[in-house]
Design a protein around this ligand. Structure first.
Ligand code: CA
Length: 258
């Protein structure tokens, strides 16, 4: 098997981006909760479309672009899991799954199926808006000149966020993309768990190790030749993850004289 090498390392500050009007799709069959979701997001200045079942959601998603979907799981006709499956590998929208149950296995399943975040009912409006801001920030690559980091057959463009494997573009969700870009930006160096969670997800996520585990696993399935023996996104025990191999140790100085 071919060795993994990286050819470029580039550092740039994150661009937090200004407040802006986002296109939000609310998918929730509970009328009262739907009204709350709509009024909260509209009050924050966003452009909101709301539907009450999965079929209508699918129609809206096919008809126009959205930045964020607030997706209830328990829906009539077509459930939220199905919609999540249809959105697999999208660049936009970011998806926040909203679940009544608040159970850990729902959360894990939602993230496994490609949701960008998960919010358990009940939640406050500030928490909701903070999650929306966080997923959108993640979906936007920081403004920096395009620079490509290569490792084996994978190329990550730090500027556009495009990821290619053996020349083919890899379909990644906004959060998968943000994570691989962050790792590639520090190719060859270990990025610790808390730093990754803070930079990719946001400061309030620093303790959410299961997010990181789930997304690393998803990226490995999409990018590694053998996901069970990762060479691209390497686990460094008790520290974090490293993109590509560690750089070779510095060569010893040549002996003096001739
Ligand atoms: Ca419901």
């Amino acid at each position: 098997m071919r060795g993994v090498e990286f050819v470029a390392i580039h550092n740039a500050p994150m661009d937090p981006g200004p407040a802006e009007t986002l296109r939000i799709l609310v998918v929730e069959d509970d009328r009262a909760l739907r009204a709350v979701l709509v009024s909260t997001t509209e009050a924050a200045g966003h452009q909101v479309v709301a539907v009450g079942d999965g079929l209508a959601a699918t129609r809206e998603l096919r008809a126009r672009p959205f930045d964020v979907v607030l997706l209830d799981i328990g829906l009539p006709v077509v459930d939220g899991w199905h919609i999540l499956g249809e959105l697999e590998g999208r660049r936009i929208p970011s998806v926040i799954v909203i679940s009544a149950r608040g159970e850990e296995r729902d959360k894990v399943r939602a993230l496994d199926l490609g949701a960008d975040d998960y919010l358990a009912k009940p939640f406050g409006s500030e928490e909701l808006l903070a999650r929306v801001r966080a997923v959108v920030r993640r979906a936007r690559p920081p403004a920096e000149p395009s620079r490509v980091v290569e490792a084996g057959e994978v190329c990550v463009d730090l500027g556009t966020g495009a990821v290619h494997r053996a020349g083919e573009e890899v379909r990644l969700s906004p959060t998968e993309r943000a994570l691989v870009v962050e790792l590639a930006r520090h190719a060859g160096r270990v990025v610790d768990h808390r730093t990754l969670l803070r930079r990719v997800w946001g400061p309030e996520y620093a303790g959410e190790r299961n997010y990181l585990r789930t997304f690393v696993q998803r990226l490995r399935l999409k990018l590694e030749a053998d996901p069970s023996e990762p060479r691209l996104i390497v686990t460094v025990e008790r520290e974090g993850y490293r993109f590509g191999p560690a750089p070779p140790p510095p060569r010893p100085a040549p002996p003096r004289g001739g």
